[in-house]
Design a protein around this ligand. Structure first.
Ligand code: PMP
Length: 389
């Protein structure tokens, strides 16, 4: 019975947020949470979103249902930003979803319906919700090492070996850019190699792209995805707007399906709509409507790119400053996005917390932009002391 259920293991990242909030030491550094922060430590609402919300408030005339696809114009406007020249490919279709989570859930349910025996190749460590979502769709996971924390290296050879030994029809889950939690992305050559292996073995790529624009820019961050779309007939893309438009709690993303023909894509989309109907019927409107207003307006759209550049610039400069603080941090400048991992043990993480009021995940993952400009040097020296460097 419900009363007999075993307790759910508490999410250590959520527990960390509570611990950090309870710590009143003024020197506190919180690099635990996974959202963008500006130099004052705030996660602000983008100016373009505020303006779009103002317009929405004034002009929206109904809250009536929009239908399972959500805001169709939102997806239309997002397509060229995400897919580049592939946005005109009629074999690709996409719809709005409740965040990247919703997109992944729909994608993996579709895979389960189409090929129940498919296994999903997942590089570790990865975003902690990947495995639960995949298992929730009753698909088997095959893990390999994406990254070696001790040597601070991407384990590309292990990834390639795992992909080579996959069965036709198996699924390869790839982070489009700004790998969470490691920051270690594939370079162009590695994308090309993995893409060739995927095509050669008849595998299905699922590209999860949740941080487009946080690495090198909107187009460069989508280059791996586009290389996959160049080469593969069947692709699933799970996208999130929650970070690059800063609308986290409003939950907006999109799922995109490419198949070999427009008619099979339409059929697959019919299944996607049926699955979402069972899950949440339709996505929440608000943030997609706001993003649609931004992207439909040349000035707001240009202003969004400037605000996004600002976020990316801050992340890049913090990465540079950490790398400059000590040669042991050199790798941080080579990586992309908000996250990176420190070669710390869980005991050292506790020591950093207790002695230096520095809050990070037990795994050593930290959010670069949790640091204010003034905190970088103290953070670097505390970490060096903790790792005995
Ligand atoms: N994929 C990755 C790699 C993520 O890091 C996240 C969110 N942190 C998501 C998907 C889900 O994004 P959303 O909040 O839009 O559901």
């Amino acid at each position: 019975s419900i009363a007999d259920l075993a307790p759910v293991k508490s999410d250590s990242l959520l527990a960390l947020i509570d611990l950090a909030n309870a710590d009143k030491r003024p020197e506190k550094i919180d690099v635990g949470v996974g959202v963008y922060r500006d130099s004052s430590g705030a996660t602000p609402i983008l100016k373009v979103i505020k303006e779009a919300e103002r317009r929405l408030l004034e002009t929206q005339e109904t809250k009536s249902y929009l239908g399972g696809r959500g805001d169709v114009r939102f997806a239309e406007l997002l397509a060229p930003i995400l897919l580049g020249e592939h946005s005109s490919d009629e074999r690709i279709a996409g719809i709005q979803t409740p965040g990247g989570c919703g997109a992944l859930t729909l994608g993996f349910h579709l895979i389960k319906a189409a090929n129940p025996g498919a296994r999903v190749l997942v590089g570790t460590p990865t975003w902690p919700n990947h495995a639960p979502i995949i298992r929730g769709c009753e698909l088997e996971i095959v893990e390999y090492r994406h990254y070696d924390r001790a040597s601070r290296q991407l384990c590309f050879d292990e990834m390639a070996e795992t992909v080579k030994s996959a069965r036709p029809g198996d699924v390869v889950l790839l982070h489009g850019c700004c790998h969470n939690p490691t920051g270690a992305d594939l370079d162009a050559q590695q994308w090309a190699e993995i893409t060739a292996l995927i095509v050669g073995r008849g595998l299905l790529p699922v590209v999860d792209i949740a941080y487009q624009g946080f690495g090198d820019g909107l187009d460069p961050d989508a280059a791996g995805l586009r290389a996959i779309l160049d080469a593969c007939d069947t692709v699933i893309v799970a996208q999130s707007c929650d970070k690059n438009f800063g609308v986290y709690r409003d939950r907006v993303g999109s799922v995109w399906i490419k198949t070999a023909s427009t008619s099979s894509t339409a059929t697959a989309m019919g299944h996607i709509l049926q699955i979402s109907r069972e899950m949440w019927s339709m996505p929440p409107d608000h943030a997609a409507a706001a993003i649609r207003i931004v992207l439909d307006d040349a000035k707001l759209s240009a202003d969004w790119r400037v605000e996004l550049d600002g976020m990316r610039g801050r992340i890049a400069s913090l990465r540079q400053r950490l790398a400059a603080a000590d040669p042991q941090f050199g790798y941080i400048a080579e990586q992309k996005g908000m996250f990176s991992m420190l070669p710390v043990t869980p005991e050292q993480v506790v020591r950093l917390r207790e002695t230096h009021a520095i809050y990070m995940a037990d795994s050593g993952r930290f959010n670069i932009c949790g640091l204010s400009d003034e905190q970088v040097d103290r953070f670097a020296s505390a970490v060096l002391e903790a790792i005995g460097g």
